[in-house]
Design a protein around this ligand. Structure first.
Ligand code: SF4
Length: 253
């Protein structure tokens, strides 16, 4: 008798008791497929130097990369060095970055970073995690973007909203299932992904999150990872479960 081909839903892996070896093997296959799917995956922030990338990444908090790329041409023309940011007129800088949101805090961080870069690092962006974390407004996410993209160093994995969501849906994080703690998610990703892939996977997961696995409507039907993803098609059932059963019309008495 011919055997029935299982549907993608049936092929969804069960990871309840997945061993770390099995999880690493699944992660390696996820890496392979995302590499094939997005061979050109790269940072979407337009930049020509580590300083420009640092500033763009600070601006990208709670803002889209497209919006950041719209304001940076004028910004980079006006301020060309770390010292120029350190000496910037606050109101002028705020005006240039206003449309990225949280512009007062971002201006403060950029000016502070410019000052520390000038005073402690000879105006150059440092290429170590510890030094980058000394800069105002710079946490691990920004430091990882700069280290991976500007310096080609795999020191950690960038965790933004897309990567956090995908790590959870793909169960590449386990300590923080219902947790949005980026540091815990990063730790899990570092444990399961090969180090040489950390930067590439950051870019590829962001691309996949934007194009296929969106927050509200993941396209599991068109996803190259469906048979590796424990959450595949789960949103469909959640949506269906949330649908109200149509009530029978009562007859007027
Ligand atoms: S689109 Fe669906 S199958 Fe693909 S990673 Fe997202 S939840 Fe998993």
């Amino acid at each position: 008798m011919p055997t029935k081909t299982p549907s993608p839903k049936q092929r969804r892996p069960k990871t309840g008791r997945e061993s770390s070896t099995a999880r690493r093997a699944r992660a390696a296959e996820i890496v392979r497929r995302l590499r094939r799917e997005y061979p050109d995956a790269d940072c979407a922030l337009t930049h020509k130097s580590p300083l420009q990338l640092l500033v763009s990444t600070i601006l990208s908090a709670q803002c889209t990369d497209d919006r950041v790329n719209k304001v940076t041409p004028a910004l980079f023309k006006r301020y060309r060095t770390a010292a120029a940011y350190a000496k910037a007129d606050t109101a002028e800088l705020q005006g240039l970055i206003q449309s990225t949101g949280f512009f007062r805090n971002k201006a403060k961080s950029i000016m502070g970073a410019g000052r520390v870069l000038t005073e402690r690092f000879g105006g150059k962006v440092p290429d170590t995690m510890d030094e980058l974390l000394e800069l105002p407004g710079v946490a691990r996410k920004t430091a990882n973007v700069v280290l991976g993209t500007a310096f080609g160093k795999n020191e950690g994995v960038v965790v933004d909203t897309h990567i956090g969501r995908l790590a959870q849906r793909l169960r590449l994080t386990w300590r923080s299932r219902d947790d949005k703690d980026a540091v815990k998610i990063e730790r899990d990703l570092m444990e399961v992904l090969p180090r040489e892939e950390w930067t590439m996977m950051g870019h590829a997961l962001i691309w996949h999150g934007r194009r296929v696995c969106s927050a509200r409507k993941p396209n599991c039907d068109g996803c190259t990872l469906a048979d590796l993803c424990p959450s595949a098609f789960a949103m469909d059932s959640q949506v269906n479960a949330g649908k109200k059963t149509p009530q029978k019309k009562r007859r007027p008495r």
